[in-house]
Design a protein around this ligand. Structure first.
Ligand code: CMP
Length: 216
């Protein structure tokens, strides 16, 4: 729990209280935790693994909105405003979460202003990220969007070995295309081009991004 930024300012006793009131659950890859438009009943803190948050068009096409990794949380919107779930949540790999009921979540917010502030800061971060994504969709071409998303994934969860960043990719091609807001055809063309230039190499389930070749 110590790497959960939401709980940064809680002491050991308070952390134990959070563990006592919450439920720890582990899900296999590909498990849907809830669907868009469901009623919101729980708040989730991800302890390990990763989750994709996505919406669907009327025609059934998916759009990945965001990825949630260990130490991060989600599911607060519908608890705070009483509306339906604004997105669906599905595990990308084996994932362990802490679940708090709406009542437990609200009581944490009431008793710990640090947690309330951390939730507000997280909501601000998401609004900024969404503005940036709208800006990217409006003003950047597809190739630049793919590159930008690969670099963001590398910065967020990549492991640096010299001039190469290894990104262990739990996203499939469709999901990566949705995240960048491009078609699968554009994604495939960009990845081919990057592979030909030696910027990107796919190896043992990992993308290796070569920073020297990227700059060159
Ligand atoms: P809730 O609406 O309860 O369920 C879906 C959750 O996805 C939502 O709460 C937020 O925690 C999260 N979420 C929704 N939209 C975004 C977004 N654009 N960026 C990051 N997280 C989001």
């Amino acid at each position: 729990l110590k790497k959960v930024s939401l709980f940064d300012n809680l002491n050991d006793e308070q952390l134990e209280q959070v563990v006592r009131i919450s439920q720890r659950k582990t899900f296999n890859a590909g498990t849907t935790l809830f669907h868009e438009k469901d009623m919101g009943l729980t708040f989730y803190v991800v302890l390990s693994g990763s989750i994709k948050l996505f919406t669907r068009s009327a025609g059934g096409e998916e759009k990945v909105l965001s990825l949630v990794n260990g130490g991060e949380s989600f599911g607060e919107l519908s608890l705070l405003d009483g509306g339906p779930r604004s997105a669906s949540a599905q595990t990308l790999e084996k994932t362990t979460v802490l679940e708090l009921t709406s009542k437990q979540f609200m009581s944490l917010l009431e008793t710990h202003f640090d947690i309330t502030r951390a939730i507000l800061v997280e909501l601000c971060r998401r609004l900024r990220a969404t503005n940036e994504h709208v800006n990217d969709l409006t003003f950047l071409d597809g190739r630049t969007r793919v590159l930008k998303n690969l670099i963001a994934l590398a910065n967020r969860s990549g492991k640096r070995e010299g001039n190469v960043i290894a990104i262990s990719m739990s996203l499939n091609y469709d999901e990566l295309a949705q995240l960048a807001g491009v078609s699968k055809t554009v994604l495939t063309a960009v990845i081919r081009e990057l592979e030909t230039r030696g910027v990107l190499q796919f190896d043992l389930g990992e993308y290796k991004l070569n920073l020297d070749k990227l700059r060159g």
